[in-house]
Design a protein around this ligand. Structure first.
Ligand code: ADP
Ligand code: ADP
Length: 220
């Protein structure tokens, strides 16, 4: 259970990026957060991921306060952010620092299979298409079997065909282990197709404007 209590963030320049943001996300739930540019969506994900600290309020995972990057919470960005000097396999294995040998090989292979890229394990990032690179980023986020996956505009940089393909893929992956997904997007269609609930934000300061329960037939 992911619980955000009255989360607030004021940056050093006095910009109030987030204010009074409270939300509870059940295990396995898919929640989309939408809103225009600058309304605090990325800030929200940075706080939840522990990459940055809240000025007010708290982030809790199963009752434990999250203050720094947490092994059960992983983040996927708009750009894949693969390390160019590592092969696809070693990019996926990057988060498996303490796991070595056969275990490591198997976990990497399984994560790559989940995104349908088992054949590309030995490629270099520069040899991948945009969609393939983003799949590798998803595999890297999955390899540690997180409870919560945070996705920051994960498909916005992709063409419509690739985007639809990856949305399908994401739902397939989600269905296997049902992690909690928190998806930031400015694409209302994507939010409605993927999410159980859509949180609408408004800016200055970033806060919740409304919440929509999605009751549409799912692809899933
Ligand atoms: P969104 O992801 O919805 O576009 P952000 O969370 O990136 O919104 O930004 C929210 C507000 O906080 C914006 O006004 C932005 O300019 C400001 N902001 C974001 N990051 C920083 C930072 N590191 N320092 C100062 N202001 C920031
Ligand atoms: P690892 O340490 O995981 O084995 P390496 O960086 O040594 O990874 O590369 C492993 C594989 O990547 C090699 O089998 C090689 O065939 C393949 N490889 C290396 N360079 C290239 C390249 N420029 N294009 C395609 N494949 C490459």
């Amino acid at each position: 259970m992911l619980t955000l209590r009255n989360l607030g963030k004021t940056y050093a320049n006095d910009v109030r990026a987030l204010e009074g943001f409270s939300l509870t996300v059940a295990p396995g739930e898919i929640v989309a957060v939408i809103g225009g540019s600058g309304c605090g969506k990325s800030t929200l994900l940075r706080l939840i991921s522990g990459l940055d600290n809240a000025s007010r309020g708290s982030v809790e995972l199963n009752g434990d306060v999250v203050r720094q990057p947490h092994p059960l919470i992983n983040l996927i960005f708009q750009e894949p952010r693969l390390l160019p000097w590592l092969t696809v396999a070693n990019n996926v294995g990057f988060g498996l620092a303490e796991i070595e040998g056969e275990d490591r090989r198997q976990q990497i292979e399984l994560a790559l299979k989940k995104v349908g890229l088992a054949d590309l394990a030995q490629r270099w990032p520069k040899e991948l298409s945009g969609g393939q690179a983003q799949r590798v980023a998803i595999a890297r986020a999955l390899v540690t079997q997180p409870e919560v996956l945070l996705l920051d505009e994960p498909f916005s940089a992709l063409d419509a065909f690739t985007r639809a393909d990856l949305q399908d893929h994401l739902l397939g992956i989600w269905d296997e282990t049902r992690p909690t997904l928190l998806l930031v997007t400015h694409d209302i269609d994507e939010a409605l197709v993927l999410a159980d609930r859509v949180i609408v934000m408004r800016p200055w300061p970033g806060r919740i404007l409304d919440e929509i329960k999605v009751d549409l037939p799912r692809k899933r």
